[in-house]
Design a binder for this molecule. Structure first.
Ligand code: FES
Ligand SMILES: [Fe+2]
Length: 320
């Protein structure tokens, strides 16, 4: 069944706010579009085309000027959070400057943004009613859960395999036992899943829910519910028969062909970890890297297996 689904009229999480530095612009790619993220003088996170209207230089190579505007590195043109040009240093004539700044050709296209649950969300549509449309739809945020979601950080990484392969893999728990050996999974503890079924309705707007049972001797008494909400949210709730449970929130963000960004958080009901004085003396980025080392290891394992897929798809019938 063919359904109309607008890929651009959607909210996408593009980065945890904790990964951004408000003192300089950050480049990102979403649906093949190059964007620059920065924070303006109203403290609002801005997403705009990463191309200066003067000569298409990357605005993400620029800087935030003393007025809180984004200054292009190439010839110093400045832009505010609405994408309006605010200065052209080589124009000294007031009237000419005003005319040039007001010109539509000096504007940068901006996109609606919002911050929810510590993530920056972008609506990558540039039609004239984008702002209004974006208010009619809510981002697929993590559902309310019984444990404190703020106690764990978001993990983020970009992998060299496509969005489609990423979504498929996120709904394939059977690979964990084998590919993720060494990160808490063991091939010799595998059990065949007894249940694996789509539950309820399925639609392009609301996605679908998948329910499955455990797949190894350690989680055989588990029920897992995976809810996929287009375009990129996959929420899994694991319920164990000893009363424990866990939530895994994963976002699969299509960045560009053959690449996908993964943003994830795992929340489970163990006692909060004790603070470690020595660990907290390490630089923040090193602390985050160490806390997520097992996620990075699993991501490397997935890359080793999945990166070849887009390459073989491209080269399959190619005559050299
Ligand atoms: S290219 Fe940006 S100011 Fe010239
Ligand atoms: Fe995996």
């Amino acid at each position: 069944m063919m359904t109309n689904f607008s890929w651009t009229k959607q909210w996408y999480p593009v980065t945890p706010i904790s990964y951004l530095d408000s003192s300089h612009p950050t480049p990102i790619t979403l649906l093949g579009k190059r964007l620059v993220i920065w924070r303006d003088k109203q403290q609002k996170w801005i997403a705009m085309d990463d191309a200066c209207p003067h000569k298409l230089a990357k605005l993400s190579l620029g800087s935030i000027d003393q007025n809180g505007d984004l200054m292009c590195r190439h010839h110093g043109w400045c832009f505010d959070g609405a994408g309006k040009c605010t200065n052209i240093p080589m124009l000294s004539d007031e009237k000419a400057l005003e005319t040039a700044c007001k010109s539509e050709r000096s504007q940068v296209q901006i996109y609606p943004t919002q911050v929810q649950q510590g993530l920056l969300w972008v609506w990558p549509d540039n039609s004239s009613n984008a702002v209004e449309d974006s208010t009619l739809k809510q981002p697929a945020v993590m559902p309310e859960y019984k444990f404190d979601a703020s106690s764990t950080d978001w993990y983020m990484g970009e992998v060299p395999y496509s969005y489609t392969v990423s979504v498929e893999t996120s709904l394939d728990p059977s690979h964990a036992q084998f590919l993720h050996e060494g990160t808490g999974f063991y091939p010799d503890k595998t059990l065949a899943m007894q249940h694996f079924e789509v539950f309820g309705e399925m639609s392009a707007e609301d996605g679908f829910t998948l329910k499955h049972s455990g797949f190894n001797v350690l989680n055989k008494d588990m029920d897992a519910t995976r809810k996929f909400t287009p375009p990129c949210s996959n929420t899994t709730i694991y319920e164990f028969y000893n009363g424990k449970s866990a939530l895994f929130q994963l976002y699969l963000v299509p960045t560009k062909p053959g690449y996908c960004k993964q943003i994830a958080k795992f929340i489970f009901d163990v006692a909060p970890q004790k603070r470690n004085f020595w660990f907290e003396l390490l630089p923040k980025h090193l602390q985050i890297g160490l806390k997520h080392s097992s996620s990075y290891q699993q991501s490397d394992q997935d890359i080793s297996m999945l990166h070849f897929r887009p390459i073989s798809e491209l080269t399959e019938n190619k005559t050299w």
